[in-house]
Design a protein around this ligand. Sequence first.
Ligand code: PEP
Length: 270
Amino acid sequence: MSKKYVIANFKMNKTDEEVVSYIEKFKEKVKDFNTEIILSVPFVSIKTASLMVKNSNILIAGQNLNENDFGAFTGEINAEMLCSVGASAVLVGHSERRNHFKETDVIINKKIMKGLRSGLISVLCVGETLFDKKNNLTTQVLQRQITECLNSIYANELSHIVIAYEPVWAIGTGVVATKEEIEGAIKTIRMLLTNLYDEKIASKVKVVYGGSINEKNVKEIKSIKGIDGVLVGGASLDEEKFYKIVSEFNEKGTSEKGTKKVSKKKTIEK
Ligand code: PEP
């Protein structure tokens, strides 16, 4: 049984002190879990959080990165900076970034490349808006997002990409997609990956769901065929609720070693 991913997105919430207090309590509770846990904390807390989870089963992620290497981009953070403070992963293409900060699939693709080639796991968020859903455009939207965001990404880099299906209408709304909708979207994503790579490769890519997950509905979501975990926003802010969500995905048995980072100097071939 392959490990499940449970990813928290704190968004623009929690001071450094609050992040510390959260991790102190949470780390202890999940210490024997073999779930792949990723906490996406605010930039300013990455270093502290990374030091706190050292040698544990928790990884720390940034919530964004800039697609450029360095230079005159006031207020921005690049992949190297994230790595230098201990981040192992980064969220890319979250709908709030696409919506508020006008991030396009082309920009998101550049961000993934920078992240991957610095050794970061990229959690790529995709999903349709309510307008898309009402107009039966979900497959079309997923096709555009997956194709453009993964442009020039090599097959052997996919082990460092987690795809989060996050229908925009389900994020922070309390409305969860139905089991059928999620299962259908996961199938579509794997079909698109099969077209871009091949079936064997597509079957190995981690695909998670995000959108109004909480400690009450997680059991039902977990039972969805082909799901590799969840991405949780609001409910991850409460350490006890998030612990309950993670518990659902904890497979009993011995813990494997976490996902290895891509070597920075590795020559990548298709
Ligand atoms: C998210 O921010 O990616 C998310 C899924 O949020 P929420 O769980 O609050 O819907």
